[in-house]
Design a protein around this ligand. Structure first.
Ligand SMILES: [Zn+2]
Ligand SMILES: [Zn+2]
Length: 363
């Protein structure tokens, strides 16, 4: 533990408004949480918008056995806001700057993953919520709050031209889809498939299109067709139509699979060309059966990916600034969050909820 961590404990804390769940079966409700007073390398941010990620819902309801939820739980890791205070050692931010925070708020900064700028794989990474809080004890609290204090290294700069409500989901849904596309070399001239047009998928379409690829959206129902084309798809394929699927066999450089429900991944592996890759960013609860033959005969690869490092997240935000990319959001007041969770379960949102934090301050 570093000296600053000790000294920030001594410096004390302040009260912030938030919404928390007190058990896996209780709804989110207003509460007051402690935040540490900013230390010398901390940035204090007034939260303006926070996106609702599917993992918020899973975590609040304690549905991940690998990551048991500690209550009270304040979720939220798609945070945008304005800087209200900076520590004396902070160099990249000043009062009034736009700032953003994603899924991580700390890491050891010394391991090989951190040195390679992939902090998301650091064994000592601290998640924005539901991780042990070394400063105040208890758990870290996320973005369903009016304020947060984060180490400068984990605070991102937000391009000034982006709509703030739509920019919030870039911090998880955005980087989760951008990072594997960059890793697997999605660029002009490549043929890219996107499976599942939800919060993640709709961002994938926008990125693949902006990167210059030929974009094909796979959907189970034809009624998403117009939306997919509007988001930047060049073609829409109904995955249940064997004839339509057959036309694309052996033709894809890269496929992003954003489906978290059970589905036949072999149907998509067949569509890869030589050295093609399919990356999973959704997490189906049951293991998927994979046909080895599907991969062998084209040297195909199957990968997973999760968010991205801080440097790459900044690169993604700058790319969004340049291409004016944000998520399609439905803005809601904090008070409607439980209703939004129910709708999220039915995929009844195009394509992400973004909480307007002005609502939490007014009550
Ligand atoms: Zn998320
Ligand atoms: Zn590390």
């Amino acid at each position: 533990m570093s000296a600053t961590q000790f000294s920030s404990e001594l410096r004390g804390q302040y009260k912030a408004k938030a919404y928390s769940a007190t058990s896996s079966s209780s709804p989110l409700a207003p509460t007051i949480i402690p935040r540490r007073d900013p230390g010398e390398d901390d940035v204090q941010i007034e939260i303006l918008f926070c996106g609702i990620c599917h993992s918020d819902l899973h975590q609040v309801r304690n549905e991940w056995s690998a990551m048991p939820t500690v209550y009270p739980c304040v979720p939220g890791h798609e945070i945008v806001g304005r800087v209200t205070k900076v520590g004396s050692a902070v160099t990249r931010f000043k009062l009034g700057d736009l700032a953003a925070v994603g899924c991580m708020v700390d890491s050891d900064r010394t391991c090989s993953e951190c040195q390679d700028d992939v902090e998301q794989f650091c064994p000592n990474m601290t998640l924005t919520y539901n991780s042990p809080d070394v400063h105040l004890g208890g758990s870290t609290y996320g973005g369903y709050s009016d304020s947060i204090v984060v180490k400068e290294h984990f605070v991102l700069s937000l391009p000034p031209n982006l709509n703030l409500a739509g920019a919030a989901p870039l911090l998880c849904a955005g980087i989760t889809t951008y990072s594997p596309m960059r890793h697997w070399g999605v660029t002009k001239g490549k043929k890219v498939g996107v499976v599942g047009l939800g919060g993640l998928g709709h961002m994938a379409v926008k990125f693949a299109h902006a990167l210059g690829a030929y974009v094909v959206v796979f959907t189970t129902t034809a009624n998403k067709r117009d939306d997919a084309l509007r988001l930047g798809a060049d073609e829409v394929v109904v995955s249940r139509d064997a004839e339509q699927m057959r036309k694309h066999v052996g033709s894809f450089d890269f496929i992003l699979d954003a489906v978290s429900a059970e589905h036949d991944i072999n149907a998509y592996i067949r569509l890869l060309r030589r050295d093609g890759n399919i990356t999973l960013v959704g997490a189906p609860p049951k293991p998927l059966p994979i046909s080895a033959f599907g991969l062998l005969f084209k040297r195909g690869s199957l990968s997973g990916s999760i968010i991205g490092g801080i440097a790459e997240t900044q690169e993604m935000l700058d790319f969004c600034g340049k291409h004016n990319i944000t998520a399609d959001v439905e803005v809601i007041p904090m008070q409607k969050v439980n209703e939004a969770y129910e709708r999220l379960l039915k995929s009844d949102v195009k394509y992400r909820f973004s909480i307007d934090m002005a609502s939490i301050k007014s009550k």
